[in-house]
Design a protein around this ligand. Sequence first.
Ligand SMILES: *Cc1c(COP(=O)(O)O)cnc(C)c1O
Length: 386
Amino acid sequence: MSALPFIPFTRPSFNQETIDAVGEVLRSGWVTSGPKLAEFEATLSDYFGGRPVRCFANGTATMKIALQVAGIGPGDEVITTPISWVATSNVILGVGAKPIFVDIDPRTRNLDLSKIAAAVTPQTKAIMPVYLAGLPVNMDELYAIAKQFNLRVIEDAAQAFGSQWNDKKIGAFGDLVSFSFQANKNLSTVEGGCLVLNNEKEALLAEKLRLQGLTRQGMDGMDVEILGGKDNLTDLNAAIGLHQLKQLPSYQIRRTNLARQYFDAFRAKLKSAGLEHLQLELPVENFTDTNWHMFQVVLPLEQLNVDRAQVMTELKELGIGTGVHYPAITGFSLYKNLGYQASDTPVAQRIGRSILTLPLFPGMADEDIGRVVEALVNILQQHAKK
Ligand SMILES: *Cc1c(COP(=O)(O)O)cnc(C)c1O
């Protein structure tokens, strides 16, 4: 075991102001959805250029409600990626629709947009892209394809809060855009999510869907016309979110700076170790669009005589936490039993087996980057096939 402090793959940052704001809500006499939620939604709407925004209990509920707002249900097909948190395709199944997995681009690890057209059928109603690690897909191309085939787009932007496309914020344009505020995300309300919608009619429907389908009429009247769930975000979470929004720009600068250091350190260390022939795949070197939610490498497993689990174990012994985001969804029993085959999306299968998330979070120290890179490259060197 390492004598140095353990570096987790991520850790949320909440400042004293945020902690105080939580105390204030607890003392206020109203702790569930109320004035803080309204303030958070209005602030988010400003952030997204005035588009309507509604918040939900988590990112999964947000995506489910997005699908419901888009009218997607039994008999419909939704095109998505196999490399995501399983929530993405679970919500498609949850509304009774069918996920259609299209393979990924090995460079971006996101949907390969050039493969979408071939997957479209008369049943296709929507595309659900995922911006893995915060890197958006080519948004011009995405919306051109959606227009060509008359499809809705439900963006799983869970990891992309603060990301951009051509100087426009992800969420400030497009169709339905879903974010998660789960503990590990760049902006966290502990748990939570928000949906950016097209108009007030959709926003009103989303409000009903998150609270039992309820419509209020006058001072004491109520009616239920549609079936809704219980997916509201509380004022406690909203108070945290309001403070996280203030801190986000400084966090963003720090994440970007750490990512740059990773690239420099990997290049230097691979060279000095004489390992430039190793096909260790680094992320797309993008310093304009991505929010650097994660820094992920793809291990050159063909050139190693160990698997990813062994690499992770050895890193852990050196005090370094890593994560797997994500194994291909098509490999899970539920999906195999539904007839999906991992071999239909071979790039996703390979990346899902070999992708590794390295530590990256605003509170990380510069020295930590050197420690992580040194440790990983040494492990690769030890296990490289001769
Ligand atoms: C976090 C995440 C979700 C789900 O969000 P929750 O808030 O955990 O429900 C969905 N998709 C992706 C890609 C995510 O990273």
